[in-house]
Design a protein around this ligand. Structure first.
Ligand SMILES: [Zn+2]
Length: 83
């Protein structure tokens, strides 16, 4: 679960749901055939991960899921021309 702001450069602790912005990402079960899996035990369950940005960071950045990279924090570039 979330314990602090997703921005690596920010250490604001996660205290209240109504503050900042919460992001939810569902990760597919993938092909976990590498493990010795018991088909009876292996449920098609998805892993849900939460990321939270504090009030201050939520106004300046966002959390996105990039294929092959994972979850990253990106600055909001709204209002600024893309270089
Ligand atoms: Zn923050």
């Amino acid at each position: 679960m979330v314990s602090k702001c997703a921005n690596p450069g920010c250490s604001t602790p996660f205290l209240y749901l109504h503050e900042g912005k919460l992001f939810r990402f569902e990760k597919g079960a993938g092909n976990g055939s590498a493990f010795g899996t018991d088909p009876n035990l292996r449920q098609p369950m998805r892993r849900i991960e939460f990321f939270w940005l504090c009030d201050r960071c939520a106004g300046r950045m966002t959390v996105v899921f990039e294929e092959g990279v994972g979850v990253t924090v990106l600055p909001l570039t709204r209002g600024r021309p893309a270089a």
